[in-house]
Ligand binder design. Sequence first.
Ligand SMILES: Cc1cc2nc3c(=O)[nH]c(=O)nc-3n(C[C@H](O)[C@H](O)[C@H](O)COP(=O)(O)OP(=O)(O)OC[C@H]3O[C@@H](n4cnc5c(N)ncnc54)[C@H](O)[C@@H]3O)c2cc1C
Length: 422
Amino acid sequence: MSRVAALGAGIVGITTAYFLNKAGHQVTVIERNAHAGLETSYANGGQLSYSYVAPLAGPGVVPKIPPWLLRADSPLRFYPKFDVDQWRWCINFVRACNRPQAEISTVHLLRLAYYSRDLIHDIVANEPITFDYRRNGKLVIFSDAASLDGAKRTLDFQRAFGSEQNALDSKECLALEPALQYIKSRVVGGIHTPSEDAGDCHDFCVAMEGLLRKRGVNFLTSTSVDRFTCNAAGTRIEAVSTSAGDIDADTFVMAMGAANAWHAKRLGFYLPIYPLKGYSLTLDTSNAKDFASAPRISVTDSAYKVVYALLGNELRIAGMADIAGYDTTLDTVRVKLLINHAKAVFPNAGDYAADLKPWCGLRPATPKGTPIVGASPITNLFLNAGHGALGWTLSCGCAKVVSDLISGEKTGIALEGLTLES
Ligand SMILES: Cc1cc2nc3c(=O)[nH]c(=O)nc-3n(C[C@H](O)[C@H](O)[C@H](O)COP(=O)(O)OP(=O)(O)OC[C@H]3O[C@@H](n4cnc5c(N)ncnc54)[C@H](O)[C@@H]3O)c2cc1C
């Protein structure tokens, strides 16, 4: 068993530490914040979306990009920068926007997501942690017939890979989720996936940190990874220099979210990851007008690309993708837009003026939408990176794969399409 340093304690780093600890390794977690889950894993959409994994780079996306870029209320915004990495990522993203690539990515993501689901269910069943977890299913609603038809085709395609999803008409959507009453005139139908879950990712990270500390994992919090010291050939990391001094280990796992690309560059290799900034609102529903005001089931409003999940008493509302670099300031215009969308859909779910917490975070996105796990060009550095819009969903699957690779075990799923090489 080896000494492993997990770099970063977002959902990806914390689950990596969990599986490494379970496998008997001596684990140190290095995290720049005071505790786990304070960056992108803090207030994400909360959806454990195992069957709804189609990448953002879909076949119909390219024609939509010009109008999206011109509209201030667009779900996707592009803020051009003098940054080669931004343009390189965008070109690769556009190249990935075709049906064959989207289908290939979907197959890889489904395989990983189902594996992750089994592992999350195992944690829920066996570990003493709580995180507002619910098996509540998800309803994706559509506002035009063409989009619904496209979703039905995807449903047929995914069924062949084990997805259990049903197409519903407008009335069935309303019967399933009465809180959609305020937009019933624009709901033409939906796709219902009963097997989807929801849970608070930040609460999961905090609970896991507590559990892992008790099990002997060493947490170096408020400690930032500054640089790496490699051997003369640059093929092996000898130590990582941090704000608390040099830390050595046999093996290192890169799990620093959007920051991974920057560190990879300093180590001499390219990771195709760029931040896609997203926004969320957390609405206290204790003051909801009545039981049918806030959705019980997770909802995705596909017309606006906004997701809703009930986490305990709070409704998490999330959406938007800004290609705007590493800036994490809260854009009040984008926040207002998200509030307006939410108010139109669930106007009485809570007091939007008083009980609302806005937030933004950087999705570490790859152009194809598939994460990158496993080996890197540095022999003792493993990657667990690029989880984009699905990091909460895919975290356990990716973490177990990385732990198995480090342990020299056979991985539970094939890694085709999920590594730096493939
Ligand atoms: C608006 C929004 C909604 C989303 N909704 C969903 C959803 O519904 N379902 C889903 O599955 N996913 C969702 N996601 C995606 C998901 O949140 C991310 O994929 C996931 O949080 C990424 O986890 P991570 O651990 O890689 O990154 P992070 O959570 O950012 O963790 C990286 C950690 O590394 C640390 N770190 C970075 N640099 C250093 C350094 N130099 N030294 C030390 N520590 C460092 C950071 O402090 C941080 O704690 C959403 C994302 C956003 C933005």
